[in-house]
Design a protein around this ligand. Structure first.
Ligand code: S3P
Length: 436
């Protein structure tokens, strides 16, 4: 198990680009595989999560070539069309990736074959009922531990019918699983959610030629629609950029330009939050690429203040809340995070892990079921020999590295291999902008 010791740095300066968006990368592989004709993807994230999705489609007979194999190059997919995937001979292993297992479960439910999907020790603890239950309503036959709530999941491909589903959670994974099943269903399928979650699936389905209708927070798709392969450029992941935004804000004399970042409004909660905290962040050079808004983000160190974060902004910033907690620890005053119960069922219990870690830095944190209060100030150096465990959670690991960059004596984070699930090259990129 790797660990990282990070020392306090004087400032961060320079221009960077972060790797491709994880959510968009998953969807590009999935839709490219079931489209008719070729899809070429530029800037695909080659993190472990996305490679799990890529391997799954190779197991189902899709030809996917990487040019060149390792680097940031082009990934070429020979789409098989909606109905020509083949039965995988073995388990599909989603690794640590909730998006892989949940979206695939929707897509596999309507195939003409049997499949089984599992994941690592962390993923096997996460709830699957949220997708299995609506898919059952569509006629899917899905079995799993704890009455279908935990992986491994066994999926007996079946004939599906469209439904209207009111999701109790604002979850893009739930919405996307149902929409993908809806592509294979008879009739129309509608998913409504309490507040809008990231809409990359809807945008990419449209980009591939499907008709998707939106009305408020409800989205509908008619079954049987053909997708057509396309060229896609994946923008940088705002969730990865977030670590650099917070780092540059809390470390004095810093200035970073983060280029080519996806700024889809369903994902930019982090920018709104950090600006409301007093952060000097500007989006420049806005444009649209492959149906997604993109921009460069200029960020300069700032004095942050505590704010209240709740309601519709939560799904727009859900993956960034661990690093927001770090920003809050360095802000003046109290930051209150609420309506974020979903954090408890992410790669780790992110409320519990972040609260414990920030307390070790002398920060006063009060935990609530759906959030926390963080009383900001100058975090203290951790006790001698203290080691912060990531609990196998990439975003906790990177958030604590950001905290360590601004802490006297620095800190040590253990169990950091998980960073590669979403951000291979994170440490190298960070080292490149550190000015000691
Ligand atoms: C994702 C949706 C979100 C997010 C996850 C990626 C996606 O999860 O936290 O990292 O790509 O659809 P939920 O759907 O559980 O909110």
């Amino acid at each position: 198990m790797k660990s990282i010791t990070i020392k306090k740095t004087q400032s961060l300066k320079g221009e960077i680009t972060v790797p491709g968006d994880k959510s968009i990368s998953h969807r590009a592989i999935m839709l490219g595989s079931i489209a008719d004709g070729d899809t070429t993807i530029r800037g695909l994230l080659k993190g472990e999560d996305n490679m799990a999705t890529l391997k799954a489609f190779r197991q189902m007979g899709v030809r996917i070539d990487e040019h060149p194999p390792q680097a940031d190059g082009i990934v070429a997919i020979q789409g098989k069309g909606l109905h020509a995937l083949k039965e995988p001979e073995d388990f599909i292993d989603a690794g640590n990736s909730g998006t892989t297992i949940r979206l695939l479960t929707g897509l596999l439910a309507g195939q003409k074959f049997f499949s089984a999907v599992t994941g690592d020790q962390y993923l096997r603890k996460r709830p699957m009922k949220r997708v299995v239950e609506p898919l059952h309503q569509m006629g899917a036959k899905i079995f799993g531990r704890e009455d279908g709530n935990k992986a491994p999941l066994a999926i007996v491909g079946s004939k599906l019918k469209g439904i209207t589903y009111n999701s109790p959670v604002a979850s893009a994974q739930v919405k996307s699983a149902i929409l993908l099943a809806g592509l294979y269903a008879d009739g129309g399928t509608t998913v409504a959610e309490p507040t809008l979650s990231r809409d990359h699936t809807e945008r990419m389905l449209t980009y591939f030629g499907a008709e998707v209708k939106r009305s408020g927070t409800a989205v509908s798709i008619a079954g049987g629609q053909k997708l057509t392969g396309r060229e896609i450029a994946v923008p940088g992941d705002i969730s990865s950029a977030a670590f650099f935004m917070v780092a540059a804000l809390i470390i004095k004399d810093s200035e970073l330009l983060i280029k080519n970042v996806g700024i889809n409004p369903t994902r930019t909660g982090i920018i709104d939050i950090l600006q409301a905290m007093g952060g000097d962040l500007k989006i420049v050079h806005q444009r649209e690429i492959s149906g997604e808004p993109v921009g460069d983000i200029l960020v300069k160190s700032s004095n942050l203040k505590g704010i209240e974060i709740k309601g519709e902004i939560i799904p727009r910033a859900i993956d960034e809340l661990p690093v927001v907690a770090v920003a809050a620890a360095y802000a003046e005053g109290t930051t209150k995070i609420r309506d974020a119960k979903e954090l408890r069922v992410k790669e780790s219990d992110r409320i519990g892990t972040m609260a414990t870690h920030l307390k070790e830095l002398g920060i006063q944190v009060t935990e609530f079921d759906d959030g926390m209060d963080i009383v900001g100030g100058r975090p203290k150096p951790p006790p001698q020999g203290a080691i912060f465990n990531s609990h196998g959670d990439h975003r906790v690991a990177m958030s604590m590295i950001v905290a360590g960059l601004a802490t006297e004596r620095g800190i040590t984070i253990s169990n950091t291999d998980c960073i590669d699930t979403s951000f291979p090259g994170f440490m190298e990129l960070l080292e490149g902008v550190k000015r000691i």
